[in-house]
Write a protein that binds this ligand. Structure first.
Ligand code: ASP
Length: 307
């Protein structure tokens, strides 16, 4: 038996002054708290870690403050293309989607692909067709559009550059979302969801839906969800790197997570952070960016913070 524990993140990067203002900050903290409360409540009632993390991420996708689902950033074409993945540490099953448009909850689609298809990863139009066949809820572009993200995009449009959604100093809406959990049976799971990076090329896929890069879970080691500049996380295979350090190098969760971010990712020139949990309920949340949105809940501790 393990003590159920759940962790969430809401992105990493610079924390703009506007967010540090108490009333705005409270909105983020409350949103992360709702996700934790709901996910933890399920774990306490016997739900699996997988069910808990999918619920936590769905709640954050539905909250327009975060760059996932509603509130996703704009691509270079002024559209929204979302990526998401889930992984079950019990059997190493995984599901992922990339570049999907109009789907209200990409994390649920990733979960469905894992459970009801012979595939792990569907992208673009075929992922949307699959969602239609499985009667997923679609929303019009206006649902995903937020004034803030539109302004953010206008500033980068034409620059030929893409930007982490939280790297401009007047942001008041933040990042990619993710959750990791351990349930009472000691099973681990992870879910990650994102709109990607502002002004990203059409078809650009980040680390979040790539198993091993931004998302990974294995009961033998840990569950990991990453956030930051995806290209570096892909090159460093960062989520799997944490697991490997534990499996082959016998590092503790904390050592493994710390090295993956502050050694491996940093040496590549990458910025970001991750959340991780092991079967004993230990958690790690390192980051090398200026800040990170994160929180956790178990029977001993609950907190949400913007550092
Ligand atoms: N990792 C995400 C990506 O590169 C962005 C983020 O974490 O904010 O798509």
């Amino acid at each position: 038996m393990s003590i159920p524990s759940i962790v969430v993140h809401g992105g990493s990067g610079e924390i703009p002054a506007s967010i540090r203002k108490t009333d705005v900050k409270m909105k983020y903290l409350d949103a992360m708290k709702s996700a934790l409360d709901e996910g933890y409540g399920m774990l306490k009632n016997g739900a699996s870690a997988l069910e808990g993390v999918m619920m936590a991420v769905q709640i954050l996708e539905d909250c327009e403050l975060f760059n996932a689902g509603k509130g996703s950033v704009f691509t270079v074409k002024g559209e929204h293309e979302m990526d998401a993945a889930v992984m079950d540490g019990k059997n190493l099953e995984a599901g992922a989607v990339a570049g999907v448009q109009g789907i209200k909850n990409p994390v649920r689609l990733a979960g469905d692909i894992m459970e009801h298809s012979p595939y792990v990863f569907l992208a673009g139009r075929e992922a949307e067709e699959y969602a239609r066949r499985r009667e997923f809820e679609f929303m019009p572009a206006s649902y995903f559009h937020t004034e803030f993200r539109a302004n953010q995009w206008k500033k980068t449009r034409g620059s030929g550059e893409m930007q982490l959604d939280h790297s401009s100093d007047d942001d008041d809406q933040q990042g990619t979302v993710g959750s990791v959990a351990v349930d009472e049976k000691g099973n681990l799971a992870v879910a990650t969801s994102t709109g990607g990076m502002t002004n990203k090329a059409w078809g650009r896929i980040g680390d979040s839906p790539l198993i091993g890069a931004g998302t990974y879970a294995n009961n033998k080691t840990c569950a990991v969800s990453c956030t930051g500049h995806g290209e570096y996380f892909i090159r460093g295979v960062i989520a799997y790197d944490v697991s490997c350090r534990m499996e082959y190098g016998e590092a503790s969760l904390e050592e493994a997570a710390e090295k993956a971010i502050n050694d491996r990712l940093k040496n590549l020139g990458g910025e970001g952070g991750l959340i991780a949990v092991d079967a004993r309920g230990n958690i790690a949340m390192p980051f090398n960016s200026e800040g990170m949105y994160r929180g956790m809940k178990n029977e001993h501790r609950t907190f949400t913070q913007i550092l």
